[in-house]
Design a protein around this ligand. Structure first.
Ligand code: AMX
Length: 463
């Protein structure tokens, strides 16, 4: 291991040309179109960032209140994420493009967009698909580990274990140990990310088949796109192609949601210690597994099915309103509603709803989802606690999965994870390219805060 300078990386790039690496990172392999594009963009981004920080580094852009400190740092602008943003009144923009305009794309096109800021051309897409296909084989040792896990393991615990156990293959860790230069970190992160993303559909599909006794695992097919291959390996009959379309939409819509959500932030924080992609994505997945975050999709469908069961089908509006109130009065949240950032209906929910209205308008569970959308926002407004009474991404997706026969709720967050890995990896590649520093915010004791408030307030000080 080589000692490294502690100064921020952007200072290391001030020598013109210092970031120019050999086209293949010095390892003699052919360079993919994605890597080539990043290699063109990154010096430009670094130059721009360098001048920006040099000129404006000391400018104050925000203050922090005690409410925010105790309230999960809500709204505190203290991190960078260039892959996507979530304006509260608009919802997700991926590299500035509203997600509603991207619903016809393939997930791998979105990954290219997240990483580079541009959708791939035909050749670039084909090249990325070839890269992913080339790396897709899941090694036997992963299956051995998964098969050895207790039968009742949560599918998220299985996915996370599989990701972590692959850490032994990290190119970042190997090259770091060999003394890789800081300016090349992003390349090794890209390699690990591509390996991870390529294998995730196979691993996730294998988990589905192992965990829910669906029969032998199904081999990957090199002639299918990333999402179609996942559908193929899950083993679903899809005679009219609707399930495949839905899955493609699902994997696009969940890919990224700026940097402050629990999974993205956990991943970013761990990666900032120069932990490799496997450690970092695993950390992000652990956060996604929480019921207030990614697990909400399973909770949400459970809630809708409880309605269905209690009323023997689609209830009346009055019955549904009462059921929603009963949930709130029992101290529980209505899953799929509310958001830490959004203040409008999540455009990702709109996209799922549009899909349901087009492809399964008569499905009773979907009809309840649509009815909940009409009733619950008013209930939440009347209760007056939730700042955002509107549906988030998780409010509708479960009903679609259920319709197509994917009824194992505990698996839903795995689907979310396969998609969200695209965003987590893209964010880490960019962070490495920017040479972001290790995260280390300052915490305070409650006593320190009280003393600070006292010192700031003359009235309190006089008490
Ligand atoms: N049902 C009932 N109460 C809700 C609510 C909901 N759907 N959403 C928010 N509230 C309550 C909060 O629990 C909080 O109550 P408290 O003051 O008693 O603690 C109050 O309203 C204020 O919360 P907030 O500032 O509006 O939300 P937040 O930023 O603290 O939390 C979220 C955001 C998503 C965790 C919350 O809305 C929630 O729990 N929703 C239900 C779970 C869910 O759908 N999660 C998925 C989010 C999307 C995702 O990550 N996949």
């Amino acid at each position: 291991m080589f000692p490294r300078p502690h100064k921020p990386a952007w200072k290391l790039w001030s020598t013109p040309g210092a970031w120019c690496t050999g086209a293949d990172g010095g390892r003699g392999t052919a360079m993919s179109a994605l890597k080539k594009k990043l290699q063109d963009r990154i010096p430009v981004w670094r130059n721009d960032l360098h001048s920006f920080i040099k000129e404006h580094g000391e400018t104050q852009i925000a203050t922090v209140s005690i409410n925010q400190i105790y309230g999960g740092m809500r709204g505190v602008r203290a991190m960078i994420c260039d892959t996507s943003e979530v304006p509260p009144e608009r919802g997700l923009l991926i590299r500035g493009i509203p997600v509603a305009e991207l619903t016809g794309k393939l997930p791998e096109e979105i990954f290219f967009l997240l990483c580079t800021g541009e959708l791939p051309g035909e050749h670039e897409l084909h090249d990325l698909q070839k890269e992913l296909s080339r790396r897709a084989r899941v090694p036997q040792y992963i299956w051995d580990v998964l098969m050895a896990m207790p039968k009742d393991s949560h599918p998220m615990a299985m996915l996370d274990t599989a990701v972590l156990v692959m850490e032994r293959e990290s190119q970042f860790r190997r090259r770091y140990d060999e003394g890789m230069e800081r300016k090349d970190y992003w390349e090794a992160m890209l390699e690990d990310s591509l390996d991870l993303i390529a294998r995730l559909p196979g691993i996730a599909a294998g988990i589905y088949r192992i965990r829910f006794d669906k029969g032998p695992r199904i081999d990957s097919r090199g002639d299918l796109d990333w999402s179609a291959n996942y559908v193929h390996m899950l083993g679903f009959d899809d005679p009219d192609g609707r399930f495949g379309k839905m899955m493609r939409l699902y994997l696009v819509l969940h890919s990224d949601h700026e940097g402050g959500n629990v999974s993205a932030h956990a991943c970013h924080c761990v990666a900032s210690a120069l932990s490799d992609a496997y450690y970092s994505v695993s950390a992000g997945l652990n956060g996604l597994a929480g019921p207030l975050h990614g697990l909400a999709n399973q909770e949400c469908l459970k809630w809708v099915l409880m309605v269905h069961e209690k009323f023997g089908g689609v209830p009346t509006d009055a019955q549904l309103r009462e059921f929603a109130w009963d949930t709130l009065k029992s101290g529980r949240v209505i899953p799929g509603y509310g958001h830490a950032v959004l203040r409008v209906t999540d455009p990702r929910f709109d996209a799922f709803r549009a899909f349901g209205l087009k492809y399964l308008p008569e499905d009773p569970v979907f009809r309840i989802v649509d009815q909940v959308f009409r009733i619950v926002p008013d209930v939440l407004k009347e209760q007056g606690k939730a700042k955002d009474p509107w549906p988030n991404v998780d409010a509708g997706s479960g009903a679609l999965l259920y319709h197509f026969g994917l009824k194992e709720f505990s698996y839903y967050t795995v689907l979310f994870s396969v998609s969200r890995a695209l965003g987590m990896c893209a964010q880490m590649i960019i962070s490495r390219a920017f040479g972001e520093a290790i995260e280390r915010p300052k915490s305070s004791t409650t006593e320190w805060l009280k003393a600070k408030v006292k010192a700031l307030s003359p009235k309190l000080a006089a008490l």
